[in-house]
Design a protein around this ligand. Structure first.
Ligand SMILES: Nc1nc2c(c(=O)[nH]1)N[C@H]1C(S)=C(S)[C@@H](COP(=O)(O)OP(=O)(O)OC[C@H]3O[C@@H](n4cnc5c(=O)[nH]c(N)nc54)[C@H](O)[C@@H]3O)O[C@H]1N2
Ligand SMILES: Nc1nc2c(c(=O)[nH]1)N[C@H]1C(S)=C(S)[C@@H](COP(=O)(O)OP(=O)(O)OC[C@H]3O[C@@H](n4cnc5c(=O)[nH]c(N)nc54)[C@H](O)[C@@H]3O)O[C@H]1N2
Ligand code: SF4
Ligand SMILES: [Mo]
Length: 681
């Protein structure tokens, strides 16, 4: 049989590679060797043929004339964006000879890989690259920009990244979207919630912004940023005080309920109202609703954890389903992330055993600006792939200052000349996921999916896996593990006795079926991988790690002066900075708005639709005021990691702090303060 990529015309199964929980099944339509349409695969049991607008317009991105076709070297000054074409041989030769020198003079830790999940394919995001850099002995990157704080907080409570099967949430009677703009970021959870609503469920949204998701709620609850742990504790206060807790579940499946019961006495609704800005009657109402509804389901978002207290916030919310015994109800419970259901053999892919020095230094990706500008033993070379730090990382001006360093040898592998790539010495063209072989494991639903190449590589572009094979060869690493095929690696990853749910899934079975649901067993009844084997309402481990052992509200840290807390959230039409440079998507996204309360706007003389200056000591942006009641006074919200274009100033991360969150070394994009003023005329 011809592989898909060799058939010029037809419709082929595929999977969306973007960093999005839905991980949709796709059908890719091809004519004369080119993709002419991307649509949802109706046979996918969770995503059922519907996909977002972004990916329905994927063709515009794949064949955007700005897409990179061949390797290039810099000819102008850093950041100017002037390059000339070179061959792959020259590119690999230039990189590896520079690295060989650096290893001699400064040691391998002067080299830093910098990547994230621009492509969620497991092989292209975390296999050959990790093998290569482990073998090289490069500095290790802590990939903490997204979910690490909340993951740590959830893990203290539940021991694992597992929650409800989303397909079962149609049975819920109450669905709470908590700090998640699901209409934009997890659309199929919204579809499931709408189905539940037809069966009588209520949808509650708790957010600092009445955005796309808040607008469809039966009840939208606006909250002050960074105060959600207090709300969770207030709900617990009422549940215990009014006898709405499920005592038999608590006895059987949790530890620390007596300590918690005592502890939450101080979080009475009046106190919590003062912290959160939610009226006490609403806190009673919400707690009673939560106590009465069964099954109830909480979709815990990512926004919550991008705060100084993000880990503790997720920890507090994740205790709630236990209080009402929801984990035993079909469709009840919560999802923070479900990745552990699909755990595979990542050591076989990444080969940490190749690392010769266990003491190799770690660099936290959220402090890359600092790491590039302030380390005593400097980073001399950075290899950036599948991420765009000049736009997405906090303290953007510091990041760009680091990227400008004359002595930094920067290589960027991407599909486009991103804002980061403009600073590169060498730019390498990347294939899109539709050109690769890879497998995918969702962090929301329970399906493993296969990507087979649907089209041939664009121009001279190469996949991440292939680039690291070439680099290994160039470095003289002749170990056989750099020659393994994609199929070999997929089978190695899925051959994993520690996760019985994926038993029997292999490349061949995926090639036959395209997607396979793991045979997941519910968490309860059962034993959890926490120290006690139960849900830890009280955590001795946290105490040992220097945290309060009970869920606790800790206020946001002092940021600089500035009257507004600034929440620079994602955009409906982009995926992080992906699509922000593609004209079609830019047009769909319209303009970079700053949502602000009408009282604040009035006090500053700001009119709806007018350009405003948003600034603090870290930087400034020019955004368009969207005045209304979508946010509380004292809060301003933007949506999107907009492109850096001449004549605009819309890099919101110029304003965000690079402090780390309480747990997991996470980013605190949403805990910064800003000033907003009218533009001088
Ligand atoms: N269209 C689109 N989809 C995406 C992405 C994208 O950029 N665009 N990005 C993808 C990625 S990588 C991720 S991690 C996810 C993120 O998607 P989500 O899980 O939805 O998380 P965020 O959008 O970061 O934030 C969600 C909400 O949190 C709110 N929020 C901020 N601070 C607080 C707070 O203190 N309390 C409460 N209650 N709410 C708060 C924000 O207003 C926002 O509405 O989406 C993925 N999907
Ligand atoms: N202000 C603010 N900042 C944020 C966030 C926020 O909500 N607010 N969200 C944060 C979060 S949650 C995340 S996850 C990060 C994400 O930030 P990033 O990981 O930087 O995500 P993208 O901006 O989508 O950039 C991905 C890049 O990878 C490239 N790419 C795609 N596929 C491949 C491939 O196969 N190979 C190679 N070499 N390149 C590829 C794309 O072209 C794109 O340039 O942003 C964070 N930054
Ligand atoms: S970005 Fe998300 S919703 Fe859109 S097609 Fe991809 S997985 Fe589906
Ligand atoms: Mo993310």
């Amino acid at each position: 049989m011809h592989s898909f990529k060799d058939q010029p015309t037809g419709v082929f199964p595929s999977v969306c590679s973007l960093d999005c929980p839905d991980q949709c099944g796709l059908l890719v339509h091809k004519k004369d060797g080119k993709i002419i349409k991307v649509e949802g695969d109706p046979s996918h049991p969770v995503t059922k043929g519907s996909i977002c607008n972004k990916v329905r317009n994927m063709k515009e991105r794949l064949y955007d004339e700005k897409r990179l076709r061949y390797p290039m070297k810099r000819t102008g000054k850093k950041g100017e964006g002037q390059f000339e074409r070179i061959s792959w041989e020259e590119a690999i030769q230039t990189i590896t000879s520079r690295w060989k020198e650096l290893i001699e003079t400064d040691g391998p830790e002067s080299i830093l890989p910098y990547s994230y999940y621009g492509n969620m394919g497991i092989l292209n995001s975390e296999s050959m690259d990790r093998r290569f850099f482990h073998r090289l002995g490069a500095s290790l990157l802590d990939r903490t920009i997204c979910q690490s704080a909340g993951e740590a907080g959830y893990r203290y409570t539940m021991g694992t990244s597992k929650g409800t099967d989303p397909e079962e949430t149609v049975h819920a009677q109450l669905i709470i979207f908590w700090g998640i703009n699901a209409v934009s970021t997890n659309m199929h959870q919204v579809v499931l919630a709408q189905q539940a609503r037809k069966n009588g469920a209520k949808i509650v949204v708790i957010d600092v912004h009445q955005n796309q998701t808040g607008k469809l709620a039966d009840w939208f609850i606006p909250i002050m940023p960074g105060t959600d742990a207090a709300l969770a504790l207030g709900i617990m206060h009422v549940l215990f005080a009014e006898g709405a807790a499920d005592e038999s579940f608590l006895t059987e499946y949790t530890v620390g309920v007596e300590e918690l019961r005592e502890h939450v006495k101080s979080y009475d609704p009046e106190t919590v109202a003062n912290i959160t800005g939610i009226p006490a009657e609403d806190i009673y109402k919400l707690a009673r609703m939560y106590g009465a509804a069964s099954p109830s389901f909480i979709r815990i978002g990512n926004g919550l954890q991008h705060h100084d207290n993000g880990g503790m916030c997720i920890r507090a919310i994740s205790c709630l389903p236990a209080i009402t015994g929801q984990w035993l109800q079909k469709g009840g419970g919560a999802i923070k992330a479900n990745s552990d259901y699909l755990a595979f053999h990542s050591d076989a892919l990444q080969r940490p055993d190749l690392l010769q020095h266990p003491q190799t230094r770690h660099i936290n990706m959220n402090r890359i600006g600092h790491a590039l500008t302030e380390l005593e033993e400097p980073i001399q070379s950075m290899f950036v792939y599948s991420t765009n730090p000049a736009v997405v990382a906090p303290e953007g001006n510091k990041v760009r200052q680091g990227l400008l360093r004359e002595d930094l040898f920067l290589v960027v592998h991407d599909l486009f000349l991103t804002e980061t790539a403009r600073y590169a010495d060498i730019v390498l063209p990347a294939t899109s996921s539709y050109e690769n072989t890879d497998f995918f494991a969702s962090y929301w639903h329970h399906f493993i999916q296969l990507q087979q190449p649907v089209i041939k590589p664009y121009g001279e572009s190469k996949s991440n896996v292939d680039v690291f094979r070439l680099l290994a060869k160039g470095m003289g690493f002749d170990d056989a593990l750099f020659q393994e095929t994609e199929k070999d690696m997929i089978d190695q990853a899925l051959d994993y006795d520690f996760n019985p749910f994926i038993r029997g899934i292999r490349y061949d079975s995926l090639a036959e079926e395209q997607f396979i649901k793991a045979e997941v067993e519910p968490m309860f009844p059962g034993t959890l991988p926490t120290p006690s084997g139960k849900i830890e309402l009280y955590s001795e481990q946290m105490k040992q790690d220097g945290y309060p052992p009970l869920p606790t509200y800790v206020p946001l840290q002092d940021d600089e002066d500035g009257p507004y807390l600034f929440i620079p959230a994602p955009n409906h039409q982009f995926l992080n900075s992906t699509f922000s440079n593609n004209e079609k998507h830019e047009r769909m996204a319209k303009e970079a708005s700053l949502y602000m309360n009408e009282k604040d706007a009035e006090a500053s003389g700001i009119q709806d639709g007018e350009q405003v200056r948003v600034w603090n000591s870290r930087g400034e942006c020019m955004l368009t005021a969207a005045v209304g009641e979508h946010v509380l006074p004292g809060v301003v919200v933007s949506q999107g990691l907009w492109a850096d274009k001449a004549g605009t100033k819309q890099l919101v991360n110029s304003l965000t702090p690079d402090r780390l969150s309480d747990m997991g070394g996470g980013a605190v994009f949403f805990s910064g303060r800003v000033n907003v003023s009218k533009m001088a005329r």
